[in-house]
Design a protein around this ligand. Structure first.
Ligand SMILES: Cc1cc2nc3c(=O)[nH]c(=O)nc-3n(C[C@H](O)[C@H](O)[C@H](O)COP(=O)(O)OP(=O)(O)OC[C@H]3O[C@@H](n4cnc5c(N)ncnc54)[C@H](O)[C@@H]3O)c2cc1C
Length: 534
């Protein structure tokens, strides 16, 4: 993948902890609610538009699109769809070439699907991310749109974008936003004292109870109804605007790479649905095998959820059908595979709630602000070895090589390589977080920032590999230098083989001593965080 490995200060840069706390106390989401509530109702419908964002790229079970369609049908007015392509926004967020290509191909599929319903999907180009709102408002005015629909995005910049939209769109256009990314609306699950829940175990328990009580939360909505065919000629100028293609800094490094990634990750709702079919055939094994990366037994649906090509409601509907029609996904009622998979979806739900209710997590700041006081090291050699997968720790190197080859990494490895980066190499975790964003096809700000949230747990890559890759097959697959190493030596070849045997492999010796660097990390965290006052 043609990707960058050194980042500008502004890309990793972050605000002060004081400012972070201020933002948390003045939620952009609340300001957006206020702005939406202050709008006058626009009674006369001229045209209805749905504005797609990079997280709702599907026409099936798309909440805002469905409501837009209903209004258009009721008022017998045309439904139009729009997407603003802003490469500068993608670069700002660090979106990977694989993900940009996946989205561009997905948009082409949607344009065709919508055209078959006589609904145009118009692509607007915008060079400056600060001008996205003005670009789209200009188009709404040109097309005399009276009602705009969209789904919420919970990251701070996107909430601010929508605040600007509502405030600047003018009195004769009404904006309506819907919750679409989750089963339970973010922000609504609160503790006894009315604060948003942040701890997984109680959140999970409550989530399971709510969904069991209200299985209708998993109901899906139909794709939009067709515009009358006469609109096809009336709105001729809106059909077939050229779909965006990846910008020059988002190109694959070779035609081979493009072919390989596209084969691994075919875009669109139909491809996601097929993947779900396959996964349901194996879901019974999920609890037992999900942590073994060699088994590759997880759903690999994350790219589809993160681009919104598949809705979690639709996925959970399918799981509920498998679960004998029941939305009781608790440990005591559901099969272990079902319980365990839904639990991961609940992590995803909690992380969206956290993004919305702790907005500083979208600002390159750790959730626990004390981690912002840690003095990180400048081990450039370690950094280079980490991203190339040549640290000399086989499990870490296998994970990083999978990431570089597939634009995806198994969850167990994500946990290990992140811990290795900020604990053992003691490098700023934000560098790894950004590298993930610029490489993963499934990059998702909520899951990525919260996956990278630093902690005191230091994973031991040798015992982790012994436990989760017991036969060493995952390591053998991704680190071919070790393909012929037998037995337990595969997990720590430098320590477990003779010097002569090791030297023949052409594999590097460990860049750092794990035990010593664990100790260094504990001392550093304690030293820098103990008296820190965010
Ligand atoms: C450091 C780090 C960074 C991560 N970055 C991302 C990211 O950018 N995008 C992303 O989608 N996930 C991220 N994850 C979470 C997780 O690794 C991936 O969602 C998972 O590996 C995707 O594979 P799958 O679809 O086969 O998952 P499955 O095991 O089939 O799980 C089903 C779905 O549940 C959700 N999910 C699974 N695990 C988690 C988790 N730990 N946290 C939140 N949601 C989860 C995903 O949407 C996933 O598709 C990260 C985890 C870590 C530790």
């Amino acid at each position: 993948m043609s990707k960058r490995t050194s980042y500008e200060r502004s890309e990793l840069g972050h605000t002060t902890t004081k400012r972070a706390k201020h933002v948390d106390e003045n939620l952009p989401y609340d300001h957006l609610q206020e702005a939406l509530g202050a709008q006058d109702e626009v009674k006369e419908v001229t045209k209805v538009a749905h504005w797609f964002h990079p997280k709702d790229l599907r026409i099936q079970d798309n909440t805002a699109l469905h409501h837009a369609s209903e209004l258009a049908q009721r008022s017998k007015k045309p439904l139009l769809c729009v997407y603003v392509n802003c490469p500068a926004d993608e670069s700002w967020h660090g979106t990977s070439p694989a993900r940009v290509d996946f989205m561009c191909e997905g948009l082409k599929i949607m344009q065709k699907e919508l055209k078959a319903l006589n609904i145009p999907l118009v692509f607007l180009e915008c060079e400056d991310r600060k001008k996205i709102v003005n670009t789209v408002i200009g188009w709404f005015q040109e097309e005399k749109v009276s009602h705009v629909f969209g789904n919420y995005e919970y990251e701070i910049d996107e909430l601010r974008r929508d605040i600007k939209l509502v405030k600047e769109i003018g009195d004769d256009v009404q904006v309506s936003l819907y919750h679409d990314q989750t089963v339970i609306e973010p922000g609504t699950m609160t503790t006894g004292s009315g604060k948003p829940m942040k701890v997984f175990t109680p959140y999970h328990k409550t989530w399971l109870a709510i969904v069991k009580e209200q299985p209708e939360l998993l109901d899906t909505v139909p794709a939009p109804a067709a515009n009358p065919s006469s609109f096809k000629s009336e709105l001729k100028h809106l059909f077939d605007t050229p779909a965006p293609s990846p910008a020059s800094d988002k190109q694959f490094s070779s035609a081979d790479e493009k072919k390989r990634i596209r084969k691994l990750w075919p875009p669109g709702h139909a491809a996601a649905s097929k993947r779900m079919d396959t996964f349901l055939k194996h879901i019974h094994n999920y609890a037992a095998t999900r942590s073994n990366p060699a088994k590759d037994s997880t759903s690999r649906l994350s790219a589809y959820f993160s681009a919104g090509m598949y809705s979690v409601r639709e996925a959970l509907q399918r799981v509920s059908d498998y679960n004998h029609g029941s939305a009781d996904f608790s440990e005591s009622s559901a099969k272990p595979g079902v319980y365990s998979w839904v639990r991961e979806i609940v992590f995803r739900e909690l992380y969206r709630q956290t993004t919305m209710t702790t907005p500083h997590t979208s600002m390159n700041m750790p959730q626990n602000l004390k981690f912002d006081f840690v003095q990180w090291e400048d081990d450039e050699e370690g950094w280079e070895k980490w991203y190339n997968g040549t640290t000399g720790e086989p499990f870490i190197d296998a994970g990083m090589r999978q990431l570089n080859a597939e634009a995806y990494m198994h969850n167990r490895l994500r946990m290990n390589v992140s811990s290795y980066l900020y604990c053992n190499l003691l490098l700023d975790y934000r560098r790894g977080e950004r590298y993930f964003a610029e490489t993963l096809i499934d990059w998702d700000l909520s899951n990525n920032t919260q996956g990278w949230e630093p902690s005191y747990t230091v994973f031991n890559p040798v015992s982790q590999a012994e436990k989760n890759d017991p036969d060493g097959d995952y390591i053998r697959k991704w680190v071919p230098e070790l393909a012929n190493v037998q037995g337990k030596a595969i997990f720590a070849p430098h320590a477990r083989l003779s010097k002569e045997e090791f030297d023949k492999l052409g594999y590097p010796k460990p860049h750092v001593d794990w035990k010593m660097t664990k100790q260094r990390c504990m001392e550093r965290f304690k030293r820098d965080m103990h008296d820190a006052e965010p």
